[in-house]
Unconditional design. Structure first.
Length: 393
């Protein structure tokens, strides 16, 4: 929004509730390559989540010369606030959107991978991108101060605690020109607030990146885990981009950072304690998982030693949920036992420690398939789950 006049004077600080923006890297995996006017463009979605104590709130003030200054409002614990000049808003070039854009909010880069697997020099990039900040989708509504419903829109710009703004790959500016970049493995990097204009709890976590490999001859792009090799991680700290979360049997999605400590990253997802069949799962992911011949599907599980289930089951959706593997007792009647729809993989994993569950894709009929959903299913008990994906040859 743009308001006439001048910004109110700064108020005395009373324990400011700073926002903290991070790149939600799962959305970078919603990626493809297209031909455009003789150029090769790498297109990708991007998302920025607020994990701080207060909202990332911005508003515009029109100056006498027509420039619209952008101000950030930082709220304090006592209900007062301080406004900081954070840049400018633009309208020219965005008239069809009918709202103001906060200038230079993000930058995108393609970087070399060093010999040790580190982050190397920039080989291509996009101009700084202007964004309309809003609450597009929940990121973690369990964070203190996170609203359960969206607050900010393009008419009232900001990003609430526990929410994320999303820019899908089809939008203007969501690409990097790679016409002159050789095929190979690179880091795709998204940087929020590249000029450090915004007040945040930390500026050290504004960059997020994934490792990708592309071939321009057939317009293919794949992504690999930053540990290298043939590992592709699909669920790590959050759901894949576009995924819709579900649960039944009394279960729910509980993202935890302790009890137990995550196997990888900063969060794992934990089942509720339940009797009988209970599960949480997701479907409709835009960031799909392509499974090749010889691949193995995996996840890590930590079984609660005080609440041991009778059976553990993993399910995958390629348009059908008839791809299942289980460990322990045969108590869940989904599918037909001894087939790809219900394949027994062995004894129940030991409790009280992280254990890798691994399933050859061929055993559950998923070689050559594209996955959009995954289920984490128990009969009784409780378990925590982390770091799911596939491993190639």
């Amino acid at each position: 929004r743009a308001l006439a006049g001048t910004a109110p004077p700064p108020a005395p600080s009373a324990n400011p509730m700073y926002p903290d923006l991070i790149t939600w890297t799962d959305w970078l995996r919603d990626i493809d390559m297209v031909d455009s006017n003789g150029r090769k463009l790498l297109r990708f979605s991007a998302s920025y989540a607020n994990t701080g104590r207060g909202p990332m709130e911005v508003y515009g003030v029109v100056q006498g010369d027509g420039t619209t200054y952008a101000y950030q409002r930082v709220w304090n614990d006592d209900g007062t606030y301080t406004d900081y000049l954070a840049g400018t808003f633009s309208f020219a070039g965005h008239q069809d959107h009918n709202h103001w854009h906060f200038d230079d909010f993000a930058s995108y880069y393609l970087r070399r991978v060093t010999s040790s697997g580190g982050v190397g020099s920039i080989v291509a990039g996009s101009p700084k991108i202007t964004f309309c900040l809003l609450d597009w989708t929940p990121y973690d509504r369990s964070l203190p101060g996170a609203p359960q419903n969206a607050v900010y829109t393009c008419d009232n710009q900001g990003i609430s605690v526990g929410w994320a703004d999303v820019y899908v790959k089809e939008l203007e500016g969501q690409n990097i020109d790679i016409t002159s970049v050789p095929d190979g493995v690179y880091w795709l990097e998204s940087v929020t607030d590249p000029d450090n204009r915004l007040k945040e709890a930390s500026d050290s976590n504004n960059s997020g990146r994934i490792k990708i490999q592309f071939s321009k001859s057939n317009n293919t792009v794949t992504f690999v885990d930053d540990t290298g090799g043939g590992t592709v991680v699909w669920v790590e700290d959050a759901l894949p981009a576009g995924a819709v979360a579900y649960a039944d049997g009394g279960d729910s999605w509980n993202w935890v950072a302790s009890n137990p400590a995550p196997f990888s990253g900063s969060r794992a997802h934990q089942s509720n304690i339940g009797l009988g069949l209970h599960q949480h799962y997701f479907d409709w992911a835009n960031a799909t998982l392509n499974v090749a011949a010889g691949d193995k599907l995996f996840t890590y599980i930590f079984i609660d030693p005080l609440n041991v289930p009778e059976e553990v089951m993993l399910q995958w959706n390629d348009g059908s949920w008839e791809h299942r593997a289980y460990w322990g007792a045969n108590r869940i009647s989904y599918g037909t036992d001894g087939t790809a729809s219900r394949r027994h993989m062995g004894a129940l994993p030991p409790a009280g420690q992280w254990v890798r569950l691994e399933v050859p894709a061929v055993a559950v009929g998923l070689e050559g398939r594209t996955l959009k959903g995954m289920a984490f299913t128990l009969f009784g008990g409780r378990a925590t789950w982390d770091y799911s994906g596939k491993e190639g040859n």
